[in-house]
Design a binder for this molecule. Structure first.
Ligand SMILES: [Zn+2]
Length: 224
């Protein structure tokens, strides 16, 4: 029996020297230009790897875009719509530049908050308004989302289904069936090197590690 096609989805946060004060722990997912280049070189020509960017950092446009274009790659940019134009983030014009260059958008909510902690008043902005604002930029519906901090539970997933999300990206690591609605991604971290890249793209984690990943995902999906 053939396995269904599966995909590795990588997540870039920030690249190069940060130009704003980072949140606690954010430097863990801030990579160098060299690390980005190594990843993109390894990904070039692979149809089983997707590249995503989260958080609308200015480095998406200033560093990420030229390195993608140089290799003929495209990526999907998950933007916290309410943070556009803030220091160190993409501006409205920056978003238009990404789109003009053939990149696609997804929603990363409105204000980059933990969706498990939302008050009922925050839900419409986070799960509806953000996608609508981004759709105005894109000129087409934006129905794919990535969960801030990779944080979700069954309540979050129910609200996203109700809001019409057609795919939800997490940070649960590992390959995902290409058409999965709940879609694991792997964050690029400040510690990555070529060996790590090879392992993520082609290696299979050890069985105990895989079992742990499955157990963790199952807990997240049903908790709350
Ligand atoms: Zn984020």
């Amino acid at each position: 029996m053939n396995n269904p096609p599966s995909t590795v989805t990588l997540t870039v946060h920030g690249i190069g020297t940060p130009i704003r004060a980072l949140e606690p722990g954010e430097d863990d997912v801030w990579i160098s230009v060299r690390q980005l280049e190594d990843v993109l070189d390894a990904v070039s020509g692979r149809t089983d790897v997707r590249i995503t960017f989260d958080d609308a950092n200015a480095s998406d446009l200033e560093i990420g875009l030229p390195h993608l274009l140089k290799r003929g790659l495209t990526a999907q940019f998950f933007l916290p719509a309410g943070l556009l134009g803030q220091p160190g983030r993409l501006t409205d014009d920056g978003v238009r530049e990404l789109l003009a260059a053939g990149m696609t958008l997804g929603s990363h909510g409105w204000a980059h908050c933990d969706w498990r902690q939302l008050t009922p008043e925050q839900v419409p902005d986070e799960m509806t308004k953000a996608s609508r604002v981004l759709a105005d930029f894109a000129g087409r519906p934006v129905t794919e989302v990535s969960a801030p901090f990779g944080s979700y539970d069954r309540h979050v997933l129910r609200r996203l289904r109700e809001a019409g999300a057609t795919r939800v990206y997490t940070s649960d690591t590992g390959r995902a069936p290409s058409e999965a609605w709940l879609h694991a991604r792997t964050s690029l971290r400040s510690t990555i090197d070529i060996a790590w890249i090879d392992q993520v793209l082609d290696g299979r984690p050890s069985l105990p590690r895989r079992a742990r990943n499955v157990a963790a995902r199952t807990v997240k999906r049903f908790r709350g």
